[in-house]
Design a protein around this ligand. Structure first.
Ligand SMILES: C[S@@+](CC[C@H](N)C(=O)[O-])C[C@H]1O[C@@H](n2cnc3c(N)ncnc32)[C@H](O)[C@@H]1O
Length: 229
């Protein structure tokens, strides 16, 4: 509204309805896209050491969803850990975000040295190569990930998941919205599927928390509860 010198919400709403490009601009302005590779490093090693061995026992193809994936740092980190766990070939990862600009960066897969700073050095060498403009992620990882423009409040265009990661997104939402999304995640997980939320996120007083068992209180990893009928 400041950029357009509009002082009134009603006037802004009329502008929004009359101008096709404004909705995209509004979403870009309101979304906070801060992310980095291996955000909370221990979390990714928790997945590798405790969650992935359990998933491997299923001996089936696995579906992972990084919901609110920003520029792709999170799903690519997940793919690196899957590759290190020798399970990349059986994994399909979906990265979704409401902001189409960040998804373009994610699909391109080229990052600055600073973006890579928290990736352990051996993994940087193994999974990135230097290209003009930065470092390009290994194409074997890229092939496993599909980036989609999708709102968390909508049903995603893929099937039930073995693992949903939604980190540092719910913190920006109110309790009612968190409730809706948690229920949505529950419905979109396979039996025994895992849910991970951000390290700084606490879902206190939300009834939908009861739909999950706690796997790690420290890493904020949960598992879908079996509901007796
Ligand atoms: C702070 S980033 C977190 C990125 C990553 N998950 C992490 O933990 O580093 C939050 C992302 O959530 C996305 N987002 C916010 N609201 C959303 C919604 N309703 N549907 C889908 N994505 C959303 C934003 O566009 C942004 O890219």
């Amino acid at each position: 509204m400041r950029a357009l010198k509009i002082k009134d919400f009603v006037e802004y709403e009329a502008y929004l309805r009359a101008n096709d490009t404004e909705l995209g601009k509004l979403v870009e302005t309101l979304t906070i896209n801060l992310s980095y590779f291996f955000r909370n490093l221990e979390f990714f090693f928790f997945l590798k050491d405790y969650v992935f061995p359990e998933l491997k026992k299923k001996k089936a193809d696995l579906v992972f969803w990084s919901a609110g994936c920003a520029q792709g740092e999170e799903p690519y980190s997940l793919a690196i850990i899957a590759a290190e766990s020798r399970m990349l070939e059986s994994v399909k990862i979906y990265g979704t975000d409401i902001d189409s600009r960040v998804l373009d960066v994610a699909r391109h897969g080229v990052y600055s040295d600073i973006a890579l700073q928290y990736i352990p050095e051996d993994l940087q060498k193994k999974y990135f190569k230097r290209v003009p403009g930065g470092r390009l992620i290994d194409s074997r990882l890229q092939e496993r990930i599909r980036f989609l423009n999708s709102d968390l409040f909508a049903i995603p265009p893929f099937g039930p998941c073995d693992l949903i990661m939604c980190r540092n997104v719910l913190i920006y939402l109110g309790r009612d919205a968190q409730s809706i999304i948690l229920r949505h995640f529950y419905d979109h997980l396979k039996a025994d599927g895992y849910l991970a939320i951000g390290k700084v996120e606490l879902l206190i007083g939300i009834p939908e928390v009861e739909l999950f068992n706690t796997v790690s209180r420290v890493e904020h990893v949960y598992q879908k509860k079996e509901m007796s009928s």
